[in-house]
Design a protein around this ligand. Sequence first.
Ligand SMILES: Nc1ncnc2c1ncn2[C@@H]1O[C@H](COP(=O)(O)OP(=O)(O)O)[C@@H](O)[C@H]1O
Ligand SMILES: [Mg+2]
Length: 445
Amino acid sequence: MNLKLRLNLIITILLLLIMLIGGSFTIKNARTNIQAEIASTAILAVHMLNAEIANLKTSDQPMIKSGAIFKLKTLNNIRHLKIDFFDVSGNLLDSNRAHSNQDKTPPPDWFIHSMDTVTDELPVNRQPVYVASQYLGELVITPDISYEIIEEWEDTKGILILLGIFFLVVNLLVYFSVSMALRPINNILVALTDLEAGNLAARLPKFTLPELSKISDKFNVMANTLQSSIESNHSLTQQLIRLQEDERKNLAQELHDEIGQHLTAIHLDASAIKSAKNIASAQESANAIEQVVRRMMEIVHTMLQRLRPNGLDELGLDSALGELTSTWLERQPQIKLDLHISGDFLNIDEAILISVYRLVQECLTNIARYANAKQLTISVIKENNIITMSIHDDGIGFDTTIKPKGFGLAGMKERVEGLAGRFELQTAINEGVTITIELPCTKKG
Ligand SMILES: Nc1ncnc2c1ncn2[C@@H]1O[C@H](COP(=O)(O)OP(=O)(O)O)[C@@H](O)[C@H]1O
Ligand SMILES: [Mg+2]
């Protein structure tokens, strides 16, 4: 059952309960009132009729016999009592209920039932009529609440109609105000479905209800974050593909230019040896081959170094970082480096070690390119299975609010977070740059 119907049901049950309690109190009060009223009227009527009987004379007998003596018909406005006069043989001679006054609609049975026990507690009064010691009949005074019930019913009917209207209005008001209040839920559902379907531009409008307005604010912030992170993921992937292609192109070019050229030289020298007239010219060509091969080995070494950090496997991270920084320092003689490495890096997963190496390498590239630094401090410490790296330069720093064009820092962050680590960059103009990285260690697989 939806919220609107549920609320309406609760309100209806509550109102019915209130009505039931209120109604039973009203009926109880009405009963007590009617009882008191009828009892007092009965006493008065009995008293007056007794006085009437006491005044009767023998000469009145014919009038009594015809039933007209008490003129009961004129008492038809005594509404709470039915007064009948019966003769000796029990025939009804006169009554104040000769003609019916019930021109109003009769109350429903349940209402009559709730009231009619009133008369059970009131006695029927029988007054024998004697004239000169002769019994002429009896007056029977019966409490009669039918009029009162009709009147009470008329009042109650009014209240019931009013309550019914109240019921209807309250329920309609609740239904419409809840419908109005919940209308934004539809917008939220549409926006969520849009987002689910990949429409990252889906946003929610500002709602008037404060609770829902908070939801729309949070949703929009979340959608913004999602959109920008997906967009930067796309650019990262594109950048990655471009880099890979560049790397392949460079390798192909180097293979073609350097190796190809040297191979041609070797080929020529080998042909020269084959057709050499004397040992001296063969030796000369062999020497040339030796030189070219040495040159080629250097080229292959540099290419391999670029493809995969040298010494990481055989010598370990300390030596690899040592070699990386010292080669770098040769090209940055103005910078003083403070390198601090501690901890046991032997049994760590290779992916982590390569990452540490690449992260330092990217920092060095940026420092060489942009920092204009004098002092550089690098520390790589392994403690409690966590590698904490800190790379600090005292260069010009930069403004982090400006979105960078490059992907170096974004790639570093991505790499660290991909390994369940933490990446933090602190910088401001002229305050240098400090990069702090924490990487959890996984053992060699
Ligand atoms: N150590 C640093 N000192 C000063 N500026 C830096 C430093 N490192 C990065 N930057 C700034 O941050 C920008 C983004 O760097 P990066 O993400 O590595 O991209 P790229 O190197 O391709 O420009 C750089 O263009 C530079 O302005
Ligand atoms: Mg860079």
